[in-house]
Design a protein around this ligand. Sequence first.
Ligand code: ZN
Length: 302
Amino acid sequence: MTSIHTIDLHFLGSSESTAAFLIIGPSGPVLVECGPGSTLNTLVAGLAQYSVKPSDIKDVLLTHIHLDHGGAAGWWAQQGARIHVHHFGAPHLIDPSKLLVSAQRIYGDKMQMLWGDYLASPADKVNALHDGDVVNAGGLQFNVIETPGHAMHHMAYQLGDIAFVGDVGGMRISARNHIRLPTPPPEFQREVWQASARKMRAKGFSRIYLTHFGLLDGPEVVAVHWTSVEALADIYANFVYKQIVSGADRDTIVQRFVAWEKQRMQADHMSEADLELYNGVGPTDMSADGIMRYWKKKMGSS
Ligand SMILES: [Zn+2]
């Protein structure tokens, strides 16, 4: 019998912010997501609770290569695991120099504290995926679903009527009544994300696992979730659009966006602690920048 375990990586010391998933299949354990280097010890300790040793992990499936999802992939590859990742992401695992330069630009001297070590993956350990591929791992079949919008190189993984959805499902911490879309630069694209949400809804999954954070259980809950994600992409884009056409500068737009996100959370009866939790995973200023960038590209190209 296959079992699925959500492992809390306690990213930056907070519970329920970022997960990795351990799936124990008929012929061995599989990881979906591995988190950043900074939480590697937590992940290894989490696996030990299920009597899984690092050397038992032969396959790691990444939804995308952002550091909170796949920062530790190189370490796993160097232990001998195969890393499965979108073909756009694969070169960056093998040669992470560009990825690290752009992360360094964003995170500066906080880089090590946030993300820990990022190691290169040996090329023969990286399996570059395309939409519709099947990954055979742990005696299980994972169907690969290309789901761009948060990032161009985003994949979701279907296992029967279950899916591991990474960030295309947004953030919804432990099934709380609040969804936030992480829309960091440079790849947020409203229409593309919405198409991915519709694609996922059409699959009729009975359960989905969000990296931020945990299980959404029940086909109705899941369907409504995708509808909300699709609607939110418009709501986010429209809010920022109004600010741009009003002539507000970047800092003002960020300020207003942050305040608006806080109001949205309060309207959903979230606490201050929840606000901090959501902000820890998806910083609102970064999300505002990502949507501004989306509009800049779109306006520039029309
Ligand atoms: Zn993420």
